[in-house]
Structure formats: C-alpha cells, structure tokens
Design a protein around this ligand. Sequence first.
Ligand SMILES: [Zn+2]
Length: 343
Amino acid sequence: MNFRLLRNLRLPLAALAGLLFLTGCPSKPAETSAPTAEAKLPKAPVFNADSAYAFTARQVAFGPRVPNSKAHIATGDWLVAKLKSYGLKVMQQPFDAMTFDGTNIHARNIIAQYQPQAARRVAIFGHWDTRPFADNDKTHKNAPMDGASDGASAVAVALEIARVLSQQPDSLAPNVGVDFIFFDAEDWGHDDTTQAKLKDQLAGSGTDSWCLGSQYWTAHLLPASYKAEYGVLLDMVGAKGGSFTREETSRTNARGPLDKIWSTAAQLGYSDFFRYEDTGGITDDHVYTNKAGIPTLDIYDHPTYGTDYFPSYHHATTDNMSIIDRKTLKAVGQTMVQSLYVD
Ligand SMILES: [Zn+2]
C-alpha cells in the first residue's frame, strides 16, 4: 500500500490543506464518537488467536513471498490446499503483469467461497505477496522482507475465519456466504518518496504500480459478475499495538459496514484497536474493489496520532515475527467473525 498524499499534491489546494491538517496535527485528530448504547450481540464462534499466529508464522517460514520466487509459489500452493481442506470452493486466477521497474511477474489471485450457494455475500480481501525490497528500512533498503504484518497477518486472520466457519454446524452458520479473496502483487509498487529517482515505467499507462492483483481481478471478476453486500480489506493487522482508523475511501464508499464493524469492535471491548478517528485516503486494494462495485473498507495499521502515516515497520526488515501480537490478531479476527453474525 502507499500513502496517497503525494498523489494528492496534484489536487486543488483546498483538498491538500484538508489532508495536511489531517496528517499534520498530532494532538487533535478528527474524531467521531463511539457508540454509547450497547446492543446485545448475537452468538458467534470463537476466533482462535493461537491458530492465526501459527498461520502467520507458517507463511513467514516460507520466506519472502515475492512473485517469481520459489517461496511465493510454495506459499500459494499451501494457501490453496489449506482453503480446500476447510471444504471451501477454491478458484485460482493466474495472470502475468509488468511491475514499475520492468519486471515481468507470474502471479495469481486466490479465491475461496464459504457457503457458495448463499445469495447474501461478504468479501474478505487481503494480499498474500510481500514487497521485494524493504525501501523504508534504515539500512537494508534492498533486502526482501518477511512481511509478517504486511501480508501474512491479514491472510492468517482470514484463514482462521475460514477454519472457524467451516467447523460450524448448519444451525450456527451465519446468514451470509463469505468469499476469501487473496490478491497477489499488491506490494511491488513505486514509492514516490523512497524511489523518487527511479522511473515508474507504468506511469501514464493507466495501470497503478501498486495493487496489480486487485486491478486484474476488478477487470476480470472471478467468480464472473461477482457481487457482495460489502467487502473488508485486511492489511497489516498483526502487529503489537495495532491501531485502525476510519480511512477516507472506506468512509466514502462503505460507511454502513464501517460503522457496523467499529460498533461491533466497541461492544467486544476492542476500542483501543478500532479507533474513532477519521484519517485520509490511502492507495490499497480497496480502491479497486470499490471500483468493482463492492463497497469496501480497509482495516489497516495506522500509527496512533503523530505525523507518520504508516507504522515504523512498514516496508522495513523489522516487519518480522517479533512484532506479531496475538492480541491484535484476536481483536481483528473476533470482530470480523462477530460482524458476520450482525445484520
Ligand atoms: Zn506493503
């Protein structure tokens, strides 16, 4: 993912001033108030944080999941097998793409459907690839990165949701079908800040250098003519002290689901993670799933106040298992499971 402020420098000054205020004010962020009345939540299955932690570690153990690498292929095969083992209907969408630096990559999106016959559907999105270079790192800018939070954690939370749902008897199944859609090649993008001297070979082509998998999927929907009531993109949801804000594109396109999920989190006692703070838009896969007509919100790690837009581990070698915390995985996973049972 990428911070969109730099792109917005081309926008009118009024819009820019709004963004600068939003990101440049450390003490008093825009806020909406948390719900006060506590509704009784319907019964929902328990999300197992140990399991989600193990799924994160397993992906990291394959090595960096950089497209064209053996670890990438092995991880994709493992994900497909895992999803099939839960009885889900699994589809793969292979595609080739060129990255901003002219590399031709072989990639695939992975889609798995729980209760594929259900008319009402919710999509859970994430990206399963990792960035090929830790360009935000203080010293190892060309090194690949583990992507424990940025990549593995979202897929791990989604896998655990799939596992838990697959174990429920029909009488305890939610009223919606759930589609787990893992995008490839999200993170091989051109960063305006760290790669200012490098030419983005995709600039002006109509293809954004970020989010190649979701752009491909949006242009070639699988399942065909895919529709969902709403979608939730998970991205960087495993780090200790994780904090999730109400991002602009999410508020604009998926306000209802955003409110439902934040309210559910508050009722479960996770307001420390799901904060009632409005923040500016970012470039991430939800930009494209919204274009595909699926109202999608993005749950991503945004530092608590201050001027940084992404956490310190973002695109750095410090994004490894040492920062992964079961409490964060649990807060996100349990909120997501519970929200599937709330109409
Ligand atoms: Zn990233």
